[in-house]
Design a protein around this ligand. Sequence first.
Ligand SMILES: Cc1cc2nc3c(=O)[nH]c(=O)nc-3n(C[C@H](O)[C@H](O)[C@H](O)COP(=O)(O)O)c2cc1C
Length: 196
Amino acid sequence: MPTKPRLGIILASIREGRRGEAFARWIHSLFVERAEFEAELLDLKEWPLPGYSSADPPASPKAVAPEGTLLRKWADKIDSLDAVVVVTPEYNHGYPGALKCAIDQIYKQWNHKPIAFVSYGGFAAGARASEQLRQVAVELRMVPVRDEVNLALMGLAVDDKGWPTEPIHTKRAHSMMTDLLWWTHVTREGRANHPR
Ligand SMILES: Cc1cc2nc3c(=O)[nH]c(=O)nc-3n(C[C@H](O)[C@H](O)[C@H](O)COP(=O)(O)O)c2cc1C
């Protein structure tokens, strides 16, 4: 019996008073309910990775961070995952800089894994941020899954934990999770049996 796939839910906002933490906890709770993944929250506040500054590009075999550094721990953490969900706000029609810093530091650890999105923001519900991330994901040799959750903050119905309460959001979350699980099985098999 294969082990449950491992999922990292990356919380991209590091802002004081961020809305994103509640959304990340909400989506995490839905994954825990379905029990298909070992799901953990990766809060970028706890992973303060700086902008990329090394002479060696992350794809280079020389670019291995020394043992014990935050970067090495981040690389090992992402390496251990089978799938990723990013919970991202929209900042100036893009995604937060903290997320880009965390992405660019490593390369092969992202490769051939699926990635899904929960975005939020104003009228566009963060979709411009998730669309940009789809382009980045392809460059990382990841598989961005079709279905995603987009939360428009104005008038968004939430409970006392800040979790969305409208059934449409939960429905879309489940479509996303089903799609992500399928791609997780396919890519896990691919990485194990067709290495490249
Ligand atoms: C620097 C900054 C830029 C923003 N730009 C946009 C934007 O372009 N589009 C949008 O829909 N919302 C924008 N917003 C509103 C955010 O989506 C909203 O404040 C959201 O709560 C931010 O997520 P967070 O609270 O988890 O940090 C911006 C907010 C900030 C702080």
